[in-house]
Design a protein. Structure first.
Length: 183
């Protein structure tokens, strides 16, 4: 068995795509996953499963969410070790230490090219900073996320891939939760 972390995109945000975490956990049990746990109300999962590819788990979870809840959303899956390595590779350690609520980690469906990241960086109109490490995009929003022009739509358009963001504090809590499930 391996431990996986799953991220649902845009659930329970702004009243959209509502799903109770208890129902989500029950779905994972029904799918045969070990010791499923959720974190917060925004679709963060940790569970055990037989070793397989993240893409297969993503497809399986996306289909199950559609079948069970009529919820069509992207799911992003990482092994616990992949997520821990991504967190350790954070290119913005000062932001993590000094202002973690303005540091966001965005799991992506595929790793962006250097050219795509360059295009995104060039399109930023504010003080935001971005860097990609593998299939994760790290974003610093020094003036806050709410009014930033660096939106998910812009990010996905420039990177030609889908993603979902988690703030640094949540990212760290998921590392801890994965260790409790089996690491």
């Amino acid at each position: 068995m391996s431990t996986y972390i799953g991220f649902l995109r845009a659930v329970n945000v702004g009243g959209n795509s509502k799903i109770a975490m208890a129902d989500l956990k029950a779905l994972l049990v029904d799918l045969g996953f070990d010791d499923p746990r959720t974190l917060l109300q925004t679709g963060n999962l940790v569970f055990g499963a037989a070793k397989t590819s993240a893409a297969k788990l993503e497809t399986r979870l996306e289909q199950a969410l559609t079948d069970e809840f009529g919820l069509a959303t992207d799911v992003f899956v990482r092994t616990a070790s992949e997520w821990s390595a991504a967190i350790a590779a954070n290119p913005f350690p000062k932001a993590a230490a000094d202002d973690p609520s303005h540091l966001v980690v965005m799991p992506l469906k595929k790793a962006p090219t250097k050219q795509a990241v360059g295009a995104l960086q060039a399109a930023i109109a504010g003080r935001e900073t971005v860097a990609a490490v593998g299939r994760e995009l790290f974003l610093v929003y020094p003036d806050g996320i709410g009014r930033s022009k660096l939106t998910i739509k812009m990010i996905e358009s420039k990177l030609d891939t889908r993603g979902t963001g988690r703030n640094w504090n949540t990212a760290l809590k998921l590392v801890q939760l994965a260790a409790a499930v089996g690491g």
